[in-house]
Design a protein around this ligand. Sequence first.
Ligand SMILES: NC(=O)c1ccc[n+]([C@@H]2O[C@H](COP(=O)([O-])OP(=O)(O)OC[C@H]3O[C@@H](n4cnc5c(N)ncnc54)[C@H](OP(=O)(O)O)[C@@H]3O)[C@@H](O)[C@H]2O)c1
Length: 315
Amino acid sequence: MRTVPLGNTGEHVSALCLGTMYLGTRQDEDTSFRLLDQYVQAGGTFLDTANIYAHWIPEGRGGESEALVGRWMKARGNRDKLFIASKVGFGYQDVPVGLTPDLIEAECDKSLQRLGVDTIDLFYAHVDDRNTPIRETLAAFDRLVKAGKVRFIGASNYLAWRLERAHAASKADGLVEFCCLQQRHTYLRPKHGASFGAQRAVNDDMLDYARSRGGEFTMLAYSVLLGGAYTRADRPLPDQYAGPDSDARLAALRTVAEEVRATPNQVVLAWMMQNDPPVLPLIAASTPQQLDENLDALAVQLSAEQVRRLNAAGA
Ligand SMILES: NC(=O)c1ccc[n+]([C@@H]2O[C@H](COP(=O)([O-])OP(=O)(O)OC[C@H]3O[C@@H](n4cnc5c(N)ncnc54)[C@H](OP(=O)(O)O)[C@@H]3O)[C@@H](O)[C@H]2O)c1
């Protein structure tokens, strides 16, 4: 699989990251192992999990996804070939939401144990914490890096001005800095005032921020396929995306998909990877067919004119 640079880390990661949120809960062990094998057979090495996955589903407690990935890596003996991302910051079980130093360090140890690894390649702040000074949060991440428990850090669900503040604090105090941002993002734009709770969707401000930092900072996106809503009759479009421009954008998506003989899902993924700034999509799937379709987006090449047309639709 193609690789792309990860911010200013000097590392290259797979152009499509596999989200493992429901592996070990909604997806049973066999299905989860098959999906992970399929991604790796396609050349993928970049896996995304979090301490809380997936505590919100019936019988979920959190930690199931990390533990599943850990069992799979042990069974396959392939930890050294993978780039593992996990996250801390949202609450689950008796762990409160937040990014206090004690919480970050304790949760990192739990994640390492569940994954069965010595080091997490990329450790995200999963949600901003306005009650903890950003310097204290970054100093805790810095200690984890110095201890060899974490290699790089990222942010998720942050606003642009808070990221810039974190960037300035890292520079001023000589601390590790966020190399990337993982945000909710898809081709359809959320309508004005749409809320996703603590999740933050990419907006023009954020895209401008990422563009201004050039290659030193990477944008990643989650919930890119809106749970399958672009193509599935059983998956209505989330109301937050039913804005005044959504019909025009869906029409443009369908037209371009026909032109390049790809599915709308594949065009959403290709558009994201080939846009300015390029955004690295997380893909997720519950069946091998879905995963194949999503992986095949790597072969979809859009012309500059098609990307421009998709960007302009519904403007
Ligand atoms: N940082 C954060 O706050 C945050 C938040 C959410 C997610 N994430 C990460 O992002 C990853 C992806 O998130 P997501 O699950 O919300 O992504 P998504 O792409 O919006 O949804 C994935 C689901 O869409 C359906 N699907 C996928 N490909 C399909 C295809 N080709 N055709 C038809 N249906 C398809 C499947 O639903 P069914 O399972 O129903 O078949 C699949 O489970 C997660 O695993 C997690 O790692 C991060």
